[in-house]
Write a protein that binds this ligand. Sequence first.
Ligand SMILES: [Zn+2]
Length: 383
Amino acid sequence: MICNVCAAELDHPVYESETSLTSLCDVFPQPTRVRTCGNCGHLQTDEIENAAAFYDADYTILTESEEEDQIYEVRDGKKIYRTEHQVDVLRSKLDIAADTRILDYGCAKSSMMRTLKEDEPALGPFLYDVSDRYVPFWENFAEPSNWAVYDVPPSWDSKFDIVTSFFALEHITRPAEIVGQIFQLLRPGGIFYGIVPNVLTNSADLVVIDHVNHFTRSSLDCLLTTAGFEVQDVDAEAHRGAFVFVAKRPTEATDSSWAADPQEVQETACELQSIARFWGNAAARLREAELGTVDGGEVAVYGAGFYGAFIRSCLSRPERIRCFVDQNPFLQGSELGGVPVVPPDDLPRDIRNVFVGLNPGHAKTIMENVPAFSGRDLSYIYI
Ligand SMILES: [Zn+2]
């Protein structure tokens, strides 16, 4: 097994799952195996079988409607959606004017470019993805001559001032090749702007089977530098649980060799191993906690996203889950694995035990601030 970023030989798996889940919360019939790279500090999951077919046909993220989105955070009772936050961060980092030639690469329905165009009506964004399922969304805000599916047209060579990539590189099995292609699409001096999950602050990223790449600060730097970019900014604070990076295509050819900082790679490897241990024991911990809820009737799971689906996949008797509870109105009224998703106000009065399917780094704070649950006699079980 070879590192997707630096081509060094990978170590033995640090994590192997019993059951696997995709980022869309579906059970996947293949164990998740995750390995570290001792050279660049990358963390890598063995590729899923038939990846191309999976993304073309099965990968339907947020395609229910134009507005469907994920909650980034609830601030003073107000829901902040992911697109809104991502646009704010992008605009805080880069100047985007009406005549900026901007391409959203691997864009899905590209709610980002749609939102940017609302602010900047004369903007003519370009779009690219590996599936044509998003074309009906693109038709609402872009010109057909500005989008491409499957193949990037040769006329796009050195064309763009900015290429963006929002949560795409983690899915790609040959990121070095794609980043090299993005380099070619930019004019000299152009900017590659992207966001990828940061597995050290969003640890569930490690157990998502279709996230083949888990970037660390050093592996991201290696990827961008080796492709010829000048890395200007890698920000781990602007978007919780993620790295936001800004990299420039230099105006003149520069040295693209990359050398690891062995101490940084070593420290990263230790942190990754501890995250791998946490998830390696999580299923057993949840099943033990489940035994303590047996006399309390049915249970609920707070969070109908990936963490909630993970809990359901671990429990011995998932049929005891009466409902999932979620603040996201786009999830309320839907089902996860045949179980209804309800708003916090609708948690049935007889439920006593609630499994908390949220990022373990923030779960306790979030649960202390659910107004609908204050004064109720509930036991919370954390991952
Ligand atoms: Zn590597």
